[in-house]
Structures are given as C-alpha cells and as structure tokens.
Design a protein around this ligand. Structure first.
Ligand SMILES: Cc1cc2nc3c(=O)[nH]c(=O)nc-3n(C[C@H](O)[C@H](O)[C@H](O)COP(=O)(O)O)c2cc1C
Length: 350
C-alpha cells in the first residue's frame, strides 16, 4: 500500500504514499529568498524517494513572518528561486508542495516591523508574548488576497500545489480557536474557508490545494474541539480542498476527547472519498506508516525520521536521535538547521 501511487482530484499523481512533512529550518536568506541549503535539504529527500515534498512554512506576507531564515513567497522578485526549487524537487520524482503560512500573533514585530494582529486582542502570560491588535475587515480581506497571490506565484513557479497552514496555532488556526476568537463557530471558520476558496478560485484546475489542521489542542494550538475540527475539514472539502493534512503528533494515539477512538478513521469518515487524508506524527517505521494507512489515511507525512534518514522511503532504516552534527551534515542538514534542531531536546548529539 505504502508504495502504491495516489491520485488527487486535480489529477496530480504521486508515486507513493510518503510525504516529507513541512519543516521549518531557518535555511532561507535573511530577506526570505531561497537559500542553497534549503534547496539541498529538500532535493536530497526528493532523490531519497519521498513521493511528495512539502516545503517549510513559507510566509505569504512579511507581516506574517515568524522566524529568521523563513522562506518567503510574498513577492515576485524570487520567482527564479522558487522555480529552481520546484524544478529540482520534481526532477527527483516527487510532487512539490509549498506550505503557505501567516503567523498572526506568532509573527513578531522584530521581523515584520509592525504590531502583530489576530482574531482578537488577547494576552498570554508567556515570555516575549506580543499582544496582538484585533483584526479589521481590511486585514481579513488583505490576508485572503495574500494567500491567493502566493498560491498563484507557486503555481507559476512550477509547484504542483500548496498546503494552507491551518494548524499549530498560527493565523488560520487562531481564527478557529474558541479561546482566541470569541465568535460563533461558523464565523470562526470563515477565514480558513474563504482563504481556501480564494486559493482554489485563483489557481488552475490541475493545481493541488490542501489544508493542514490540528484537530485538538497541543502547544500553541489552543481552543480547538475535535468535532468542530472534523466539521471544518468537511467544510473545507466543500470549499475545494483536495487533501486535509492532520497534524496528530502521534498518529497511533486516540483522541483526547474520545479516548477509545483514533482520529484517522474519524477524519476519513468526515470527508468525501475523493478528498485525500494525510497524517503525520511519530511515524518512524514502514510498519507504523502502513498502520496509519490501514486506519484510513491515504498518505503519511514523515518529519523527524526524514531528517535522520533522507532515504527513508527506499530503505526504511530506522535512525533515532540523537545524531551527531557530522552525520546530519552528510544528510544535507546544514549547520543553521542543526542549530534550530538543538531546540528539540536530545536530537543533536554534540
Ligand atoms: C524541525 C521541525 C520543524 C517543523 N516545522 C513545521 C512547519 O513549518 N510547519 C508545520 O506544519 N509543521 C512543522 N513541524 C511539524 C512536522 O511537520 C510534523 O507534523 C511533526 O514533526 C510530527 O511528525 P514526526 O513525528 O514525523 O516528526 C516541524 C517539526 C520539526 C521537527
């Protein structure tokens, strides 16, 4: 099953059921243009047999930038860089997907030069928290256009599709949140739905459009409810999403809300059959990937295992952290990315 091709409603065919999960890594240039390290890291995984390569979260507008070294798809002056990236990933045999991102309250004035904004103004008692201003109608209209413009840029550059980052408590997820957005459910779902529709409408019928969601609370993703998230997934399918990518953190575990149920069959049941289900979280072996497919996923996305083994689809060899810097360098993980990975306790050995 893992090595069966998969067709998306737009007609995109990927050679197997294994995606590289989107991973932020700091390897882009200070102004958001593609860096050679970013190209090398993704190219190595395309050559390693991943059927689909997702880029790191890439900001659709400078005002949504959340990290130094983040890739930017916010303007036209790096069309060559994006085209080079798309061409190189596809040459490796993988489908090329950009993850479109706006940080909302998780952006930072240090990088954007502006006060951050979100669904409402609220305060969190965490170090460095920047209180957001509440979105105006103009902010909402502008950000929808920014997502659509960025998707068009990716399509022109030769990418096969985009994934809207609606997970992990970034802007689209902030609007879905009960705690960050004090509005009725249907209104909280409006921004992600209208953004999906706008991206779908502005891109060609053969361009793949999907959305990543957190189904329940974890980390910065707060104020989410499992049943609301499943309803959002169903609405997004109506709005033209061709895949829903659930960020589960551990795909084998049951949901928090219903401890007897795994989320994968629930998501599968919530969606029309043609809409693809991608799942990510603590998949280290081919057997664990097959188990996620058996539960109803169409595709798995591999994060940490793919950092440690760029040939994971071909070899399935299980490398577990920690790993030494020199070994990471051999796997096209640049010193900048290694530095970022030191935030993950126990990942980098020296
Ligand atoms: C270094 C690193 C960076 C990440 N950056 C992103 C990101 O930019 N966008 C995103 O949606 N998820 C991001 N994630 C989450 C992964 O996509 C994935 O869902 C998570 O790591 C769980 O999968 P795994 O257990 O296979 O690592 C990141 C994870 C890691 C380890």
């Amino acid at each position: 099953m893992l090595f069966d091709p998969l067709t998306f409603p737009c007609g995109l065919v990927v050679p197997n059921r294994i995606a590289l999960a989107p991973m932020t890594n700091g390897q882009s240039l200070p102004d958001g243009r593609l860096g050679d390290d970013e190209l090398a890291w993704l190219a190595r995984r395309a050559d390693g047999g991943f059927g689909m390569i997702e880029t790191c979260a890439a900001y659709v507008a400078l005002e949504g930038k959340a990290w130094a070294g983040e890739l930017g798809v916010d303007r036209d002056d790096d069309s060559d860089g994006l085209a080079r990236l798309a061409e190189r990933i596809k040459r490796g045999g993988a489908a090329a997907i950009v993850q479109l991102f706006h940080g909302g309250v998780r952006a930072t004035q240090k990088l954007t030069g502006e006060q951050v904004w979100s669904a409402s103004s609220f305060h969190e008692d965490t170090p460095g928290f920047e209180t957001p201003r509440a979105a105006t109608d103009a902010d909402v209209a502008r950000v929808i256009e920014q997502f659509a413009d960025a998707a068009v840029r990716c399509e022109r550059a030769g990418f096969d599709g985009v994934e809207l980052h609606g997970a992990h408590g970034y802007l689209l997820s902030q609007f879905l949140s009960r705690t960050m957005n004090p509005r009725p459910f249907e209104e909280r779902a409006r921004l992600i739905r209208e953004t999906t529709r706008a991206v779908r409408a502005r891109t060609g019928a053969r361009f793949c459009v999907g959305v990543r969601l957190s189904l329940e609370d974890r980390g910065h993703a707060k104020g989410l409810d499992l049943d609301e998230s499943l309803q959002v997934a169903a609405w997004l399918a109506e709005d033209g999403a061709e895949f829903i990518h659930a960020s589960l953190w551990d795909a084998s575990k049951p949901t928090t809300k219903r401890p007897a149920e795994n989320p994968i069959p629930l998501l599968r049941k919530a969606l029309p059959p043609a809409v693809r289900v991608i799942v990510a979280g603590t998949i280290w072996t081919h057997d664990e990937a097959e188990a996620a497919l058996a539960k109803g996923a169409d595709m798995v996305a591999i994060g940490r295992a793919a950092i440690l083994n760029p040939d994971w689809p071909r070899t399935g060899a299980e490398h577990r952290p920690p790993m030494r810097r020199a070994e990471l360098a051999d796997r096209a993980v640049s010193p900048v990315f290694v530095e970022y990975l030191t935030r993950w306790k126990g990942f980098v050995a020296d």
